[in-house]
Design a protein around this ligand. Structure first.
Ligand SMILES: NC(=O)c1ccc[n+]([C@@H]2O[C@H](COP(=O)([O-])OP(=O)(O)OC[C@H]3O[C@@H](n4cnc5c(N)ncnc54)[C@H](O)[C@@H]3O)[C@@H](O)[C@H]2O)c1
Length: 332
C-alpha cells in the first residue's frame, strides 16, 4: 500500500498549525477548528468576512487559551487573497509548521438545471472547485518544503460520489470535480511527497447553515447586505444531523486510519441514534448502475420520505424523519 494511505499518528499534529477555509460560520469548518485545537494545534480560520473570522477567533481563543489562533479574511476564489493569508500566518505564527490544511469553503444553490442561473453555476464552480485548486496551489508547496508528515483534505460531499439528482445539479457537479481533482492530487504527490497525506472529505448530513450562508454571501456580493453586518448563521434543524464537533472527531479518526475517502456517515459513536444516512449504499447503487451501463431513474417517479423525488435523500435517516414528522402532525 502507498505511504499516502498509511495511518497517521495524530500526536504528530501537536504544536503545528491547522488552516481551515470556510470556518467562520458554525458549520463543518468550525468543528474542524475546535477538534484541531483540542489536539494542541494552532488554528488559522479563513472565511469571507472580517465580522465572521473575528468572532470565530475570539470564540476559539476563549475555548482554547493555550493555542494561538488567527482569523483572517479570505476569498478562496482569489489566489492573491490566499497568498496574503499565507504571508500573514507565517508572520504571526512564526517557527511553527503547517500540520493540516482543510480546503472546506463551499456554497450550494438548490435549483434544478432548468431553474438555475448562469451566475449560480459560475459561483458554485468558482468557490467549490477553483477555490480548492487555489488552496492546493497556495499551501501544498509549503507542505512540500517542510518535508514532514502533514494532511491536506478537500471537502467534497457524499453528493460527489453518487448519481446526479434533482435539485442541486451545480453543487453535485462541483463536488464530483472535487473528488476527481483530489484523487489526482494524491497521484501527483504519491512519489514526490509521500509525507503529505491527501484526503477527500465526503460528509453525509452535518448541522450547518450552508444554504443560508450561500445566499447571504450572494447578497453581500450584489451589495444588498454590508459585509460588516454578516453574522454567523443559524444551524439546520434536522435533529438526526451530526453535530459539527462530533463530525470533526470522525474526520480525524479517518485521517488516523489513513482513509482517503473520508465518508462521514451519521453513525454511532458520532451520533446518538440508529438512523444512518447510509452513504455507502447510495455509492454502491451508482457503481452498480455504471457496471450495467444503465442509469436507474426510478426514484424520480415519486417523492420519497424526504418529500422530494431523490436518489440520494432516502434510506433510514429520511424514513425516520418522515415518521417523526407524521407523528408530529397527528399530535397537532
Ligand atoms: N453540512 C453538510 O451536511 C455538508 C454535507 C456535505 C458537504 N458539505 C460541505 O462542507 C463544506 C462546509 O459547509 P458547511 O455545511 O459547514 O456550511 P458553512 O456555511 O458553515 O460553511 C461554508 C463556508 O464557506 C464560506 N465561503 C463561501 N464562499 C467562500 C469564499 N469564496 N472564500 C472563503 N470562504 C467562503 C462561507 O462563508 C461559509 O462559512 C462545504 O464545502 C460543503 O459543501 C456539507
Amino acid at each position: 500500500m502507498a505511504v499516502q494511505e498509511s495511518k497517521f499518528n495524530l500526536t504528530d499534529l501537536h504544536d503545528t498549525i491547522a488552516v481551515v477555509t470556510g470556518a467562520g460560520n458554525h458549520g463543518i469548518g468550525w468543528g474542524l477548528c475546535q477538534h484541531a485545537a483540542s489536539l494542541g494545534m494552532h488554528v488559522v480560520i479563513l472565511d469571507l468576512h472580517d465580522s465572521l473570522v473575528d468572532q470565530a477567533q475570539r470564540e476559539l481563543a476563549e475555548l482554547f487559551p493555550d493555542i494561538q489562533c488567527l482569523g483572517l479574511k479570505c476569498d478562496v476564489t482569489d489566489p492573491d487573497s490566499l497568498a496574503k493569508c499565507l504571508t500573514t500566518l507565517q508572520q504571526q505564527i512564526p517557527d511553527k509548521r503547517i500540520g493540516a490544511v482543510f480546503a472546506n469553503a463551499g456554497v450550494i444553490f438548490n435549483h434544478t438545471i432548468l431553474k438555475s442561473t448562469a451566475e449560480e453555476w459560475l459561483t458554485t464552480l468558482n468557490v467549490n472547485v477553483v477555490g480548492v485548486i487555489n488552496t492546493i496551489k497556495t499551501f501544498v508547496p509549503v507542505l512540500q518544503q517542510q518535508q514532514t508528515p502533514a494532511v491536506f483534505s478537500a471537502t467534497a460531499s457524499i453528493g460527489g460520489l453518487v448519481r446526479g439528482d434533482a435539485g442541486a445539479a451545480s453543487y453535485q457537479a462541483s463536488k464530483h470535480a472535487v473528488v476527481a481533482l483530489t484523487e489526482a492530487l494524491s497521484f501527483e504527490l504519491a512519489l514526490k511527497s509521500p509525507y503529505i497525506h491527501v484526503h477527500v472529505l465526503c460528509p453525509c448530513i452535518v448541522q450547518s447553515g450552508l444554504g443560508r450562508t450561500s445566499k447571504v454571501n450572494q447578497r453581500v456580493k450584489s451589495g444588498e447586505i454590508e459585509a460588516a453586518n454578516v453574522e454567523p448563521t443559524r444551524l439546520s434543524s434536522n435533529d438526526l444531523a451530526m453535530a459539527t464537533e462530533r463530525h470533526a472527531e470522525q474526520v480525524f479518526d479517518h485521517i488516523a486510519d489513513g482513509n482517503f475517502y473520508m465518508i462521514t456517515d451519521n453513525v454511532r459513536p458520532y451520533v446518538d441514534h440508529d438512523f444512518p444516512f447510509d452513504g455507502l449504499a447510495v455509492v454502491r447503487e451508482r457503481f452498480e448502475n455504471i457496471l450495467q451501463l444503465k442509469l436507474d431513474n426510478s426514484d424520480a417517479q415519486k417523492p420519497g420520505a424526504s418529500g422530494i423525488a431523490s436518489a440520494i435523500l432516502k434510506g433510514p435517516m429520511f424514513d425516520e424523519l418522515e415518521r417523526r414528522s407524521l407523528a408530529k402532525q397527528k399530535k397537532q
